[in-house]
Design a protein around this ligand. Sequence first.
Ligand code: AMP
Length: 222
Amino acid sequence: MRALRLIFLGAPGTGKGTQAKRLSDRFGFDALSSGHLLRTEAAAGSEIGRKAEGYMKAGELVPDEVITGVMLAGIAQLPGERAFILDGFPRTLPQAEALDAGLASADRPIDGVLDFQMDDALIIRRITGRRSCNRCGATYNIEFLPPKAADICDECSERLIQRADDREDVVVTRLETYREQTAPLVAYYQERDLLQTVDASGSADEVTAATVAAVESLDRGE
Ligand code: AMP
């Protein structure tokens, strides 16, 4: 497998984080999640965390200038020969443009963008059943992907929580935010011939199979 540089696009709750984690375990990719990064900053009470917190609670995007710098810095720290997956970034056109510019100057352009697709009713069921680990970022679902022991992270034994922004009222705002600000990125990457669609509505294992197939076809240069 080549050292592919990938973006996982798709509405919240479509399983991007779960699939990014599975691919990083399977192929040794580095996965960078902007949401996990911001939650870690918020928990630590850093300047970035304090700037981001209110937006996150409301289900709105944090300003581009707050997230773009930290994500580009995070990418710059990844060893040049390593494959990576960006999960949750970019989420606006200015972020996508800043990412392109940053990667072009490092001669590490994006190889492919996977767009995880699912209808809104299922997204709401998935997100409201989601339980997350604040320590390692792993996510589970009480209905679709339960942890081995109730409410305990399989990976690091931390007690799982329901994220405040995974409650239904905030999820509706997050979906609107996605449609208005992030969905235009589908056309942006389509125009650059980078987009692959993944049906995200099946079981986690089915979606993993579809994700691996998409990544393998990118690897073959298709
Ligand atoms: P996520 O875990 O990806 O659903 O992200 C949780 C929250 O973090 C989002 O609802 C936003 O408030 C914020 N966030 C994550 N990534 C970004 C981004 N690329 N741009 C702006 N806000 C973001």
